[in-house]
Design a protein around this ligand. Structure first.
Ligand code: ADP
Ligand code: ZN
Length: 438
């Protein structure tokens, strides 16, 4: 474990407003946003269809009357149908990573970029960033919001950035060592690849000055955090965001690390049942829905993220008053329905991390050769288990089967594969091959 202790600093007083002040700020910003979206033909039409005029939206309760926005809507409006300002007001474009299809373009005015770096500065500060630190950003730079979002967030705090970008792991380590980097930013899958490289090359921990890391961009588990923290001797923080809403900076963990604080002065969050579209109770899992409150170029109303998580409105020991979201269990698009049971890849990750002798590298394959779903999971063995007896391997397979069954309730076919045979990722991992769709 790391000896690094996070100072409890709050970047922006908006993070600790009394609830009633926060709510009145939210409702006045909501009224403004509702006015702004009238410049977007898509929303004008949606409002007309629902028989709502902007003056009908006065309080936070009125939010429920507004239409949802979906990824399909954004695809329809590709590339810039959702723009609420003149193109000449736009300072930057980004796009979603296209994990689940064609990317959607998003736009930022100069003010939006300021808002965004301020939001990133908040979670970075909550998770240990000080102006004297240097931060290596091993996220992709480009259309993906991760690289640039975190880059300007770190600079806004006054810390220094090493814009390494994703990939070329040996160079990452060279920089980390030679530049005595304090903090790392990347996806959790890339962190796993980096950690593996350190172990394989026997880079001594003292050679590095790394203290903590901020991971985001894809689902990961508490077991994965424990694994990376243990292997690298650092503290790892989770942060969440999506390009359609702003990019990273929607939420992030504080030192308490029990959920990610949502910047509620900038976004209203709802958690709904994806089938009935009704709100779920606090603590219950549902789909997160966000409404932006401070965006100029592309304000968005009730965006259905397809990300599954729960909300915790309890006050936090850190002094922030904002609601916290749990880890994302998965995206509803990644959810596999197998024999009627909902399975997320993160559950397989969780199971594997509990079985000794396996590496948390896996690939799930689903097929339906004859009207019946068959799931097989390829799991990498560690070098040690790979060189053990057939009997030990058979036993390992059974332990994996049981661990997966304990978490998902399903029996899956396990195929043990040799160390380093599955793909490694520098950005977001792809764990599922679903042949049923073809
Ligand atoms: P794409 O949807 O094409 O991947 P983005 O790059 O905007 O585009 O990615 C946003 C998505 O990444 C979120 O909707 C969520 O599914 C996932 N994500 C981002 N941060 C996290 C996180 N900390 N934990 C789990 N999932 C995350
Ligand atoms: Zn907190």
């Amino acid at each position: 474990m790391s000896g690094f202790v996070v100072e409890n600093r709050i970047w922006d007083k908006a993070e600790s407003l009394p609830r009633s002040d926060l709510q009145s700020l939210q409702s006045s910003r909501l009224r403004k946003t509702v006015e702004q979206v009238q410049r977007i033909p898509f929303y004008k039409q949606k409002f007309a269809e629902a028989g709502i005029t902007p003056d009908k939206i006065r309080t936070l309760d009125d939010l429920q009357r507004l239409p949802f926005t979906t990824k399909a809507d954004l695809r329809e409006e590709y590339p810039l149908g959702m723009l609420a300002v003149d193109r000449k007001e736009v300072a930057r474009y980004h796009g979603s990573s296209g994990t689940t299809g064609r990317p959607t373009m998003v736009a930022y005015t100069k003010n939006d970029l300021k808002t965004w770096s301020n939001l990133c500065a908040r979670f970075l500060t909550a998770g240990g960033l000080l102006p004297e630190h240097s931060v290596q950003i091993a996220f992709g730079y480009g259309l993906f919001t991760g690289g640039f979002g975190l880059h300007y967030g770190v600079e806004h705090v006054g810390a220094s950035v090493i814009p390494a970008a994703a990939g070329n792991t040996s160079k990452q380590l060279m920089l980390m060592k030679d530049m005595q980097v304090d903090a790392l930013v990347c996806t959790p899958s890339y962190a796993l690849t980096i950690s593996e490289f350190i172990l394989k090359n026997q880079i001594p921990r003292e050679a590095l000055n790394l203290k903590y890391a901020h991971f985001g961009g894809e689902p990961w588990t508490e077991d994965m955090r424990a694994r990376i923290e243990d292997e690298m001797g650092i503290l790892c923080f989770n942060n969440y965001g999506l390009s359609e809403v702003i990019g990273p900076g929607v939420s992030g963990e504080c030192a308490v690390r029990d959920g990610m604080h949502i910047s509620e002065d900038a976004f209203i969050v709802e958690c709904i049942d994806p089938d009935t579209l009704e709100p779920v109770a606090p603590g219950e899992e549902g789909e997160l829905v966000f409404t932006s409150l401070c965006k100029e170029a592309m304000p968005i109303i009730r965006y259905r993220t397809r990300d599954i998580a729960s909300l915790n409105p309890e006050p936090c020991a850190c002094g922030r008053t904002s609601i916290r979201m749990s880890r994302i269990k998965g995206r509803s698009d990644d959810m596999l329905i197998i024999k009627g049971v909902n399975i997320y890849p993160s559950q397989i990750e969780q199971a594997l991390l509990r079985v000794e002798g396996t590496a948390p590298h896996y690939q799930i394959e689903v097929d339906r050769p004859d009207r019946k779903d068959i799931v097989s999971v390829k799991v990498e063995m560690t070098e040690e288990s790979f060189s053990s007896s057939m009997k030990n391997m058979q036993e390992l397979k059974e332990r994996i089967e049981h661990a997966i069954q304990a978490i998902t309730g399903l029996r899956m076919n396990i195929e043990l594969v040799s160390p380093n045979s599955l793909e490694r990722f520098t950005g977001k991992a792809r764990h599922v091959i679903d042949r049923r769709k073809k």
